[in-house]
Design a binder for this molecule. Structure first.
Ligand code: UDX
Length: 430
């Protein structure tokens, strides 16, 4: 099949590369010359394990074709995927301007029968708007149908998630469009959910909002455990052993960040509001998530006896989670800013996210490695659970620090062992 992806962010580029690897001819349309030229050389704009290799392999084989031009990509394609960003507006609603703009541009180039398929996370009803836009601008003899095919890949494991998804969701009012998309996804051998446009759109938001709710629930239990002297990690582990609940996304910590959960939770609250439903549950999920970040900064402040001014605080990990360089809505940003307000001097290190972090925080000294970061520090905060921090030589860490104090926002260390090693230590929920 010949297909086109408009957009080469996490979703667009990963999915395009995987479909090219499965033998399809895949155009990837972008709008920045430099990025497209780089993609042609196999240089990718994001850090994602394995992505460079699969992009390079398929570009070299001529199956993956990065381009700035809509022609001939759209004309030749059986399916056109829109995979552009839908960032939050100040109101919390998703910004759909780019989705509509590229739909209009692509629509003008349609030829023959094409399925227009929206992968971007969009509010319920958006696909119908896309259909109207495309119908209006398409050449008279072109036939177009619309489908919603939401994406569930996670950063850091994006390729494996795309190749082995828990489910493929295909929403459309046309059986012909569904059949074409079923055919494209066949090699993935995944459970396929066939539904209408609006339900497919809702599935994506409901999935992300549920996972965010699970994380906030874990953080609320951790908060309560700290107040009552119970151990939230033991408790949540036991809770997760119930197969109806499961362990995943039940880890308390600094709260969720990233490009999806924060924006999708607030977008779903907005969607609900537009439909006269006050989604109070999700408002509380957001409030708990904010509290989780605040409580990490507060733990540091308390450990420093409220005397933060001029103190040197080391921060290990900046990305919103390991195995990514993504800093969008990363809890580390809020924690750093809060401590800087109190006069702390911050030194930080992240194996991949440092360059992106530099654009989001100021007056931070960036170190070359973990040991340099903690040199002379009065306190260390672990913000992201990169493997290299789990494996650190704690004796060396202690010997470098001014005071052996750690706030571990991701519970990567065992409190008892830390105590034995001579650290003042605070995890989350224990
Ligand atoms: C998420 C969804 O998982 C994915 O299906 C969707 O397509 C995009 O959004 P991603 O943003 O890559 O993926 O990250 P994910 O692994 O889901 O983690 C999100 C955030 O939740 C991270 O900040 C992570 O640290 C946090 N988290 C996750 C927890 O705090 N506790 C957990 O138990 C799990």
């Amino acid at each position: 099949m010949t297909i086109t992806f408009i957009g080469h962010g996490y979703v667009g580029l990963v999915t395009a590369a995987v479909f090219a690897d499965l033998g399809n001819t895949v155009y990837v349309i972008g709008h920045t010359k430099e990025k497209i030229e780089n993609l042609k050389k196999g240089i990718i704009p994001i850090y994602e394990p394995g992505l460079t290799e699969i992009v390079k392999k398929n570009v070299d084989a001529g199956r993956l074709i990065p381009t700035l031009d809509y022609d001939p990509a759209i004309k030749e394609s059986n399916i056109v995927f829109i995979a552009v960003g839908t960032p939050p507006l100040p109101s919390g609603e998703a910004d759909l301007s780019v989705v509509y703009k590229v739909a209009e541009k692509a629509g003008e180039h349609l030829s023959g029968y094409t399925v227009f398929s929206v992968k971007s996370t969009v509010p319920i009803g958006t696909n119908e708007e896309v259909k109207k836009i495309v119908e209006k601008v398409k050449p008279q003899d072109a036939e177009v149908e619309v489908a919603s095919v939401p994406e569930f890949l996670r950063e850091g494991t994006a390729i494996a998630d795309t190749l082995h998804p828990d489910r493929v969701v295909i929403g459309s009012d046309s059986q012909k469009a569904k059949d074409l998309l079923i055919e494209l996804h066949k090699p993935l051998e995944a459970e396929t959910v066939l539904t209408n446009l609006r339900t497919a759109e809702l599935i994506k938001y409901a999935s992300n909002a549920f996972l965010a709710t699970k994380i906030s629930f874990a953080n609320a239990i951790a908060h309560l455990a700290e107040k009552t002297g119970a151990d939230a990690i033991k408790a949540l582990n036991a809770v997760g052993l119930d197969k109806r609940i499961g362990h995943r996304f039940l880890a308390p910590g600094a709260g969720y960040g990233g490009s999806c959960f924060p924006k999708d939770v607030s977008a779903l609250i907005s969607i609900a509001k537009d439909n006269d439903y006050d989604f109070k549950l999700l408002k509380e999920v957001e409030a708990i998530n904010k509290q989780a970040r605040d409580s990490i900064a507060q733990k540091a402040i308390t450990m420093l006896d409220n005397d933060v001014n001029g103190k040197k605080i080391a921060v290990l990990g900046l990305a919103f989670k390991p195995d990514t360089d993504d800093m969008r809505f990363a809890p580390s940003i809020d924690v750093i800013k809060k401590l800087q307000e109190k006069g702390a001097k911050i030194t930080a290190y992240d194996p991949e996210a440092q360059n992106n972090a530099k654009k989001l925080v100021s007056n931070v000294e960036f170190a070359e490695n973990a040991l340099d970061t903690v040199k002379g520090a009065d306190l260390l905060i672990i913000m992201t659970e990169w493997n290299e921090f789990k494996e650190m030589d704690l004796e060396k860490v202690k010997s470098q620090m001014n005071e052996a104090q750690i706030v571990d926002s991701r519970n990567i260390f065992d409190p008892q062992e830390m105590k034995q090693q001579g650290f003042s230590y605070q995890g989350v929920g224990r």
